[in-house]
Design a protein. Sequence first.
Length: 224
Amino acid sequence: MKNLAIIPARGGSKRIPRKNIKPFLGKPIIEYSIEAALQSGLFDEVMVSTDDPEIAAIAQRAGAKVPFLRSAETSGDHAGLADVISEVVAGYKDAGREFDNWCCILSTAPFVTGDLLKDTFEVFSEGGFDTLRPVVRFSYPIQRSFRKDENGRVTFMFPEYASARSQDLEPAFHDSGLFYWGTVEKGFGGNSWGAVEISERFCQDIDTEEDWKMAELKFRLLDK
């Protein structure tokens, strides 16, 4: 069974310029994702999908492959991960290389580890899923959430749960935004989506400069 790691890293990030190669505690943040993929020992190829020569050079120095650059169609603001994955798989196929599974690892995911990739791959391969993603439990029941109008007044989003005890409500989960497993046959689609609940310590949005500082602080604490 052949596995391909795909790390998407386009050059045109807007909220944090050059986000994919911005130094995170002393080294480009994309290197953490590359190192986790390599350390897992799961992949026949670890590649970075980018349209940017500087990102490509940094990725190659870290041990990843960049066999081709991303097209203009998949480098824009509206291109999704499904488009990137399809393009990469097709590019390898044209070069005479085919894989059974892919793992799309985000380039700004310094909390991903080789062990986490191995643990989730075991669930993915044994569960017979088309795709699998790590998810994190909401810390407070979403059934007790509020909506706020333009005047600042709040009402329950789910009034039927207004008097329910939080411990009696079904837990809800959100995407961790770290990585995704999938089969080449089904791409990013399929009907059987699996999930693995992971600790919140692995999960950290990095969309603003403040997020970045918090992520570095969290990483230092966990590293100790």
